[in-house]
Design a binder for this molecule. Sequence first.
Ligand code: ADP
Ligand code: ZN
Length: 594
Amino acid sequence: MNYFYKNLSIWLIIALVALFIFNMVKKAPESFYKVPFNEFLQKVDNGAITKVTVKEDLIRWTGHDGTRYETVVPQDSVALARMLANDVTVNTEKEVKPHWFLQTFLSWVPLLLLGILWFFFMRSGSPGGGGKAMAFGKSRAQLIDPQKSKVKFKDVAGIDEAKEELAEIVDFLKNPSKFTEAGARIPTGVLLYGEPGTGKTLLAKAIAGEAGVPFYAISGSNFVEMYVGIGASRVRDLFREGKKRAPCIIFIDEIDAVGRHRSAGGGGGNDEREQTLNQLLVEMDGFEVNDHVIVIAATNRQDILDPALLRPGRFDRQIMVPLPDVGGREKILKVHAEKVKIGPDIDWKVIAKGTPGFSGAQLANMINEAALLMTRKNAPFITMEILEEAKDKVMMGAERRSMIITEKEKKITACHESGHALVAWMLPGADPVHKVTIIPRGRALGLTMQLPEIERNSHDRTYLFNNLCTLLGGRIAEEIVFNEMTTGAGNDIERVSDIARRMVCEWGMSDAIGPVTYTQPDPLNGRPGQILSEETARLINAEVRKLVQEAYDRAKQIIEENRAALDAMTRALLEKETISRQDIEQIVNNAQKT
Ligand code: ADP
Ligand code: ZN
């Protein structure tokens, strides 16, 4: 909006200055001495006037002394004759009209202003635009100059396959003629898909950095505005600008905001989005081989994209950017550790092992948190202990020590978490318990953290069943100890239902249903879901219930058999708030001895 007002005021100033100059240049009106009409007649009779200029009803003359006079001839001659006969002084006047040019100009001013207003309104798009994005006019893309973009492939770690696939594009941007002469077809559109924080933006930047070309970045959500037509015009502008600076990279983050499947719902008023998407398709189809512009788009919802976007000539190269594995995590950690002071006790392999499922962004965040903690603690460098604390923070949200919790709540939470931990501990094959805490974090009152021994890409039935048991352990412990149910287990129960349902409907893990999928409706990608017969629906529900009941019974059995360990663990938690794997081991061993 700033931009808009700035321009408007500039135009207003220009208009005012123009008006001012015009008035200056325009001849100042000559002054005439106004004479009543009868006086004029007298002067005529006296012979005082020898020469007049008549212009319509205006009569002007110059006196002997050089004074200029004027009078206006009255319209009604009958009335005039009578007035003159009776010696009435007839003062006549003429309305002074401004110059015709000024007049027209003035009458056009409001319209002109409206026009200017409209022009800038359309130009700047909707109100609320950011300041710096305006550097690139209408499309609002952020431009990173090749000189300034310092990200290189070496800054992107742990996703080597994606990097390899993109190396060709770097080559092309560096030396387009080599490719075009050879008649090679270079993709104009590349889609990077994968979970948030896996480094898609970073990769796109690195391509630009490696090739030394400009990088235009815009988010798909920036295209979809309130006003119909703006998005499409922004797309047009973005591509026009990109072609001007070719070879270059246009990066569209969150492409799903524009490119969502057209039949999918997502609220009314999709005209704007559809227009924008169409414009994007038109622009991509209009690419010539020697435009040397490469469009890279990123999304974490590749499944909901409109198929039209993925057709040949558009985003026909799709590269998955996965979450890093253990080795990848180690490399990413090392890349980010270069910027901070690291103590001698740091073993990146151990940290990498202890951070399964972390994205590159989370790992970067963890190192950053560790650096902050180091400063807060006045430590000379980052230690394993500091990293561990930083990890907890990234993983579970900041501790909320200030949250007021009653003694009763605290006891129930300790018991609940002990329930989870004990069941997980006792089940062979469940992920080992890493840490249990009753310090509130994020929205949770307490947490039981499990860490897998090995990286898992698929889960067997036993593993999933163990998960169900562990999740139910919290609620069961509350029931056994307090003979009461609380809302604290709400999230656990939600997850239990989700896992159990998917075991039955997606993974074919129930005997009665067999290996058949029953898809659930997904409003996001417009998948309607299967229409189930009443009988099938009832069968599915029965199987889910049966599975959950089995898990429930198993978990209950474990807790009842190890009641002493449960109580000891609850006490330890109330005392220390956080207990480690070693603590649990000791508690369970001691309890089993007695
Ligand atoms: P995405 O676009 O996939 O959501 P980003 O590229 O924005 O993720 O990643 C955010 C930040 O996380 C990056 O700026 C970088 O600091 C870090 N990061 C993510 N992935 C990696 C990686 N593979 N190597 C190094 N750093 C990474
Ligand atoms: Zn729980």
